[in-house]
Design a protein around this ligand. Structure first.
Ligand code: AMP
Length: 249
């Protein structure tokens, strides 16, 4: 079974992002970039499926600028067998990414696509769902457990009231939630091995996909600054402030 894993290059989750002064977006100049954390979980899950003998090949895909190659190399150091970079400097919105992935699925014919549930930069939570719609494949989003049995896959999902278990027939789309697994540390020997793995580059034009944005960002603003806290001398003052100033009790 071939597994396709889309991985996005995003601002590292430890970086405190700054909004550009002209409010057109977030400043990513000289900022540490990493693989989207949910995509690391997706690569880890695919790697575990391969280690169990369920998956035979893992293909990592990234759409974006040339530096996304680094993200693909990380995916290959975790366990992906090869990588495909769909290289473009254009702004890519989820529908464009879903169309690019659909074109690659048509070409590569995987039985399973495992994506992150959301990219931590745009927080869109759309790409997996759109890809499932474009392919007309079943989808299980927010997976916290994945079990493949023959041509069926059973997925446990974290929903508000607890856990929901669904069964899908392959080929299918899965998106990962935080508790699906804990990605392994990437070791130096595996980083070295990943450098030798196959990495192909294609363009959106090669795939016949128009990636023109469908949405226009009007403005991006910082969240309001939090007010400084105060020390209260005793409980009576605290209760008084909660009642009369904050009006929460
Ligand atoms: P989003 O819908 O933008 O929140 O992204 C959901 C998931 O789609 C991510 O976790 C990735 O698995 C995948 N994805 C989104 N954008 C890209 C991209 N540019 N390249 C590769 N995968 C992507």
């Amino acid at each position: 079974m071939k597994v396709l894993v889309p991985v996005k290059r995003v601002v590292d989750y430890n970086v405190k992002v700054r909004v550009k002064s002209d409010q057109t977006g977030v400043d990513i100049a000289n900022v540490k970039m990493s693989m989207n954390p949910f995509d690391e979980i997706a690569v880890e899950e695919a790697t575990r499926l391969k280690e169990k003998g369920v998956a035979t090949e893992i293909v990592a895909v990234s759409c974006g600028v040339a530096q996304s190659q680094e993200t693909l190399r990380t995916a290959m150091a975790i366990g992906a067998d090869r990588g495909i970079l769909v290289q473009t400097d254009a702004e890519l919105q989820p529908l464009a990414v879903a169309k690019l992935l659909k074109a690659l699925v048509d070409k590569e014919q995987p039985q399973l696509v495992i994506l992150g549930k959301q990219a931590i930069d745009d927080d869109a939570n759309q790409t997996g769902q759109m890809l499932a719609a474009l392919l007309d494949w079943p989808q299980a989003t927010f997976a916290s457990k994945v079990e493949v049995n023959g041509d069926k896959v059973q997925v446990t999902r974290e929903v508000d009231g607890g856990l929901e278990t669904v069964a899908l027939t392959l080929p299918a789309i899965i998106t990962t939630d935080l508790r699906l697994n804990e990605p392994r540390y990437v070791t130096l020997p595996n980083i070295m091995k990943a450098k030798k793995k196959q990495l192909d580059t294609v363009s959106p034009e090669d795939l016949g996909v128009d990636v023109a944005p469908r949405l226009k960002t009007l403005k991006v603003t910082e969240p309001p600054a939090r007010k400084a806290g105060i020390m209260v001398p005793d409980v009576a003052t605290l209760v008084d402030k909660l009642k009369n100033e904050a009006k929460v009790v």
